[in-house]
Design a protein around this ligand. Structure first.
Ligand SMILES: [Zn+2]
Length: 428
């Protein structure tokens, strides 16, 4: 059996919302075996000892809306036209970067070609490539004219489309069955439009109830889960009516929508991904999208609506998770923890509440809340050693220099440095 690992002299931020405390943590195999309080360390007992020198030990972060296959392009076509062979290599590279950046779990929220997510998940799980724990998604499923239908009148070929087009309930069933056959953990349905695609803006809703019902029947038969791209109020309500558990965006809401979300709050997760809204308005000029253009596309209206909706959801105790839509030119991969700062700055979260979105709720959205997302005895050893106090400055969570070590499943994905400041030695 592998040697135990003992973190001593750390500030433990356990991810539950409890205040941090000084202590030490022993990892045995892939589990957290012991968590102590106080300056007296647990006994070394042959363990490899890592003196944290006062650094923070916290759970690995869980990203709730990940697209490994988004290739930092500025358009959907720029993602879709990457040839498959390069695309697989890209995803493998991105998965490793996420893990090293401190995301020990990621919830796939759609991929750009049918099997990209499944192949990467399987390669991670079999140890072929490093990467976070990963739940694989389907491609985006859409309807003609909706978000993700990139076919052109004279080029109606599905290979040119970002999402998979379905027409009617039976067509939906066929496509969902195909993705379930491939082994996805979740089906992604584009229920609303998006201001990124002007022909199908964010406040529009696209699928029939019959189409969504057919998808959900197949998902339930296989014991899987569905996630919805749902920016409009009607699409959020549609998702809730049909039992979709993971709701992405939820920008536009009315009282009925909020009431429905609250009634389902033990079952549903909302991951808004507001960074893309912010970036389109404030940071996309280098890619030809000025603030005036973004406003014209509807981003200012959506930003205002989203902040209001999400503040109300937070007040009603609806689980809001961080992450989402990193992987575009204006929202590059691995800056995802910026969402935590946005939650505090714009949505009224405390820093502790923001952290909890990435830890406690993260374990829950991974469907492993009983063993993932906390620094707790018996839990899986997914841990970060962070230089400084994330509660005082959330930005350190997106600074690679401040992420001193990353452990997933009891093994270091990023080794703590051996230097004079932080001892790293074998105990007697
Ligand atoms: Zn997305």
């Amino acid at each position: 059996m592998a040697q135990d690992i003992l973190f001593t002299n750390v500030r433990i931020l356990d991810g539950s919302g409890a205040l941090p405390w000084p202590g030490s943590v022993r990892v045995q195999g892939n589990r957290i075996r012991e968590v102590s309080r106080g300056s007296a360390s647990l006994a070394g007992g042959g363990a490899m000892v890592i003196d944290g020198a006062g650094a923070t030990l916290m759970p690995g972060m869980v990203e709730a809306h990940t697209h490994f296959s988004w290739n930092d392009a500025a358009t959907l076509a720029g993602i879709q036209t990457m040839p498959l062979e390069e695309h697989v290599l890209w995803c493998a590279k991105v998965a490793k970067r996420y893990l090293e950046a401190g995301f020990t779990s990621c919830v796939g929220a759609a991929c750009a070609k049918p099997r990209l997510d499944v192949v990467i998940r399987n390669a991670i799980n079999s140890g072929q490539i490093p990467g976070p724990r990963y739940l694989a998604a389907s491609q985006e499923i859409t309807v003609p004219g909706g978000l993700g239908d990139e076919t052109l009148p004279h080029l109606p070929f599905p290979e040119f489309s970002f999402g998979v087009n379905v027409n009617g309930a039976e067509d939906m069933r066929k496509v969902v069955r195909m993705f379930l056959k491939y082994g996805v953990d979740a089906i992604k349905l584009n229920l609303s439009g998006d201001n990124f695609t002007p022909q199908s803006p964010a406040d529009t809703t696209w699928m029939t109830d019959a189409e969504v019902a057919a998808a959900m029947e197949e998902v339930r038969l296989r014991g899987k889960r569905a996630a919805a791209h749902a920016r409009s109020a009607a699409s959020v309500k549609q998702a809730l009516r049909h039992g979709v558990e993971v709701i992405y965006h939820a920008s536009f809401t009315d009282t009925e929508t909020l009431d429905m979300l609250e009634a389902a709050k033990d079952r549903v997760f909302v991951a808004p991904g507001i960074a893309i809204l912010y970036a389109m308005l404030n940071e996309a000029e280098a890619w030809g999208i000025t603030r005036a253009m973004a406003t014209d596309m509807g981003y200012q209206v959506e930003w205002d609506a989203a902040l209001e909706s999400l503040r109300k959801m937070h007040q009603r105790g609806i689980r809001i998770l961080f992450g989402g839509d990193y992987g575009f030119a204006f929202t590059p991969h691995c800056q995802n923890a910026r969402d935590l700062e946005f939650f505090v700055k714009y949505l009224g979260f405390t820093p502790m509440e923001a952290i909890r979105c990435a830890t406690l709720y993260g374990g829950q959205i991974m469907m492993r809340g009983h063993e993932l997302g906390l620094v707790k005895e018996g839990f899986l050893a997914d841990l970060l050693l962070v230089d400084g106090d994330p509660l005082a400055n959330l930005a350190i969570l997106r600074d690679p220099k401040r992420i001193l070590a990353v452990m997933k499943d009891g093994r270091f994905a990023k080794q703590p440095a051996v230097d004079a400041r932080r001892g790293w030695e074998r105990a007697a």
